[in-house]
Structure formats: structure tokens, C-alpha cells
Design a protein around this ligand. Structure first.
Ligand code: SF4
Ligand code: SF4
Length: 224
């Protein structure tokens, strides 16, 4: 087995030191809540990136690009069968209800750093639309297009995905692509792994280059 290089060691040491600092800040924030001493409540740490892309009004051009993309996917869907869809993409991550709440809290704080390449296609695939159409057999193809367009935010991060609104993704999870529902960056995965039914919040800090910025205790959202 190869030995870690000094570069890898330095990177790991830096990350360890970042996590120690964030853990200290988390413990201070939790202590300020003065929770009962017998509590078993847990607050995992999420050290994740941060998108600083500005919000812009969703333009007619972006709207039309997305509509065109969905119509193209639907046309392909009507000419193909499910076994021709790419089956290689990851399945949605099997998350508990509490873990899903952590994901929503953390990804909205990060402002969708990993969504940046979604642009006007939002990673939608034929398989995404086939699943949606199967769940809504009463919808015509044009009704499906309109259902997707209805979730566009009035303002979205740009550059970014057309569904990246001020408070995170505006597209319901069941309408997103498998990749959107399966991808967890390393920092988020660690927070998810540390989530249990006793988790009452998540402490989010942002890693930007060699720096850690922010550090905020976020409550878990109530999901419908
Ligand atoms: S998966 Fe990670 S990088 Fe992507 S939006 Fe969530 S916290 Fe940000
Ligand atoms: S659809 Fe939502 S989760 Fe997927 S890339 Fe766009 S903003 Fe991110």
C-alpha cells in the first residue's frame, strides 16, 4: 500500500484542524442554548462550500431554454422505452426523515455550490421525466412542461442552476434528477452520518480555500 505523501498529510492535517475549530465553535453555540444537562440532543457539524453567485431575475431566455430542454427530453421519452434510459446514474440516497432535514438545512446554507453546473438543464434526464409521467398519467406532455416551469423561482443564482433560488432548490425532490437527489458532498455526508433521531440542529461552517468562514447553528426545517 502506498504511503500518504507529505502533500496529502498536510491537507489532512489542515482539514482536521478546521474540524477542531468548527467543533469548538459548535460546542460554544450549543452551550449558549443552555439545554438541560441530561439531554441527548445532538448537533452534527457540516463543513461545506458556499456559492457566492448573485441572484438575478429569471430571464425569459433561461425560462425558454429550460422549456426547450424538457420538450426535447419528452420527445425522446416518447420514442424510447425505459430500458433504454441510462441506468448507471446513482439511485436517490436512502435518507431517513431526519437526515433529509439535515440535507435541506445544509444545502440551503451552502446556496447550492454543487448545483452551479445545472444551468438551464437542471441535470434533468429522460428517466426523470419518465418517472414523473408515470406518477402523473393524467398529464399531457405540455402539462408536464408547465409543471416544471411552475417551480422556477422569480430570482435564481446566476451563474448557477435555473432552480437555485434564494433559499435553495425550488424544484420538489420528486421532480429532480437522480443525481440531484443522490449527490452529497463530503462535508454533508459527514453531517448526515452524524444524524440521529436526537439531532436537533446542524452547525454549518463554510470552507473556502484554506479558510473556514461563518459558523451558524441552523434549526432543522419541518418537511411536508
Ligand atoms: S451537496 Fe454539498 S456542495 Fe452541494 S449544495 Fe449540498 S452542501 Fe452544498
Ligand atoms: S434542480 Fe435543484 S438540486 Fe438539481 S442542480 Fe438545480 S438547484 Fe441543484
Amino acid at each position: 500500500m502506498s504511503q500518504p505523501t507529505s502533500g496529502h498529510r498536510a491537507a489532512r492535517d489542515l482539514l482536521d484542524s478546521m474540524y477542531r475549530d468548527v467543533a469548538h465553535a459548535r460546542d460554544t453555540a450549543v452551550a449558549a442554548l443552555a439545554m438541560p444537562s441530561h439531554t441527548t440532543a445532538t448537533v452534527p457539524i457540516a463543513l461545506v462550500p458556499l456559492s457566492r453567485a448573485p441572484l438575478h431575475e429569471t430571464s425569459a431566455h433561461r425560462h425558454a431554454m429550460l422549456a426547450q430542454r424538457i420538450r426535447e427530453l419528452l420527445a425522446t421519452m416518447r420514442q424510447t422505452t425505459a430500458d433504454q434510459d441510462d441506468g448507471l446514474i446513482e439511485q436517490p440516497a436512502p435518507l431517513s426523515h431526519d437526515q433529509t432535514r439535515v440535507v435541506v438545512a445544509v444545502c440551503s446554507a451552502c446556496r447550492g455550490h454543487c448545483c452551479t453546473n445545472g444551468r438551464e438543464h437542471a441535470f434533468l434526464r429522460v428517466r426523470t421525466l419518465r418517472d414523473y409521467a408515470a406518477a402523473h398519467p393524467e398529464h399531457t406532455d405540455e402539462a408536464i412542461v408547465q409543471a416544471y416551469l411552475a417551480h422556477l423561482p422569480t430570482h435564481a443564482l446566476h451563474p448557477g442552476c435555473v432552480y437555485q433560488g434564494e433559499r435553495g432548490c425550488t424544484l420538489p425532490r420528486e421532480m429532480r434528477s437522480a443525481i440531484c437527489n443522490s449527490y452529497l458532498c463530503t462535508g454533508l455526508q459527514m453531517a448526515v452520518d452524524g444524524t440521529s433521531p436526537d439531532t436537533v440542529g446542524v452547525f454549518v461552517a463554510h470552507r473556502e480555500g484554506r479558510q473556514v468562514n461563518g459558523g451558524e447553528l441552523r434549526a432543522l426545517p419541518v418537511l411536508e
